[in-house]
Design a protein around this ligand. Structure first.
Ligand code: FES
Length: 106
């Protein structure tokens, strides 16, 4: 596991970008916890740390071209792409936020 930050580093509704190896990961804090997603929109790669707008119902809107993704499962809810948003697993231990190791592809 890789430590990203402390819980108190992000207020509810805030997001923060991390570079982990080759990946850019965007950590988002909502009322019910933390969500980690790929920072690059799967449509054309706009950075969600800049273009991403959190909206109600645990969604993120990429304001580049209007794609809307679910933060729960990464599914496309609307917009110009069929490619889902990549999600990462988060674990909270003693007020610290960790990124869980990714499984290797089969
Ligand atoms: S790059 Fe995000 S909607 Fe086009």
């Amino acid at each position: 596991m890789i430590k990203l930050c402390n819980i108190s580093d992000l207020k509810i509704g805030e997001k923060k970008k991390f570079k982990i190896n080759e990946n850019e990961i965007l950590l988002i804090r909502l009322e019910d916890g933390f969500y980690a997603i790929d920072n690059k929109c799967p449509h054309a790669g706009c950075r969600l740390s800049y273009y991403g707008k959190i909206s109600e119902g645990k969604r993120i809107v990429c304001t580049c071209h209007g794609a809307i993704f679910s933060l729960i499962n990464g599914n496309v809810l609307e917009g110009p792409t069929k490619n889902s948003l990549k999600l990462y697993k988060i674990k909270i231990i003693n007020e610290e936020v960790f990124l869980q190791a990714q499984e290797s592809p089969p």
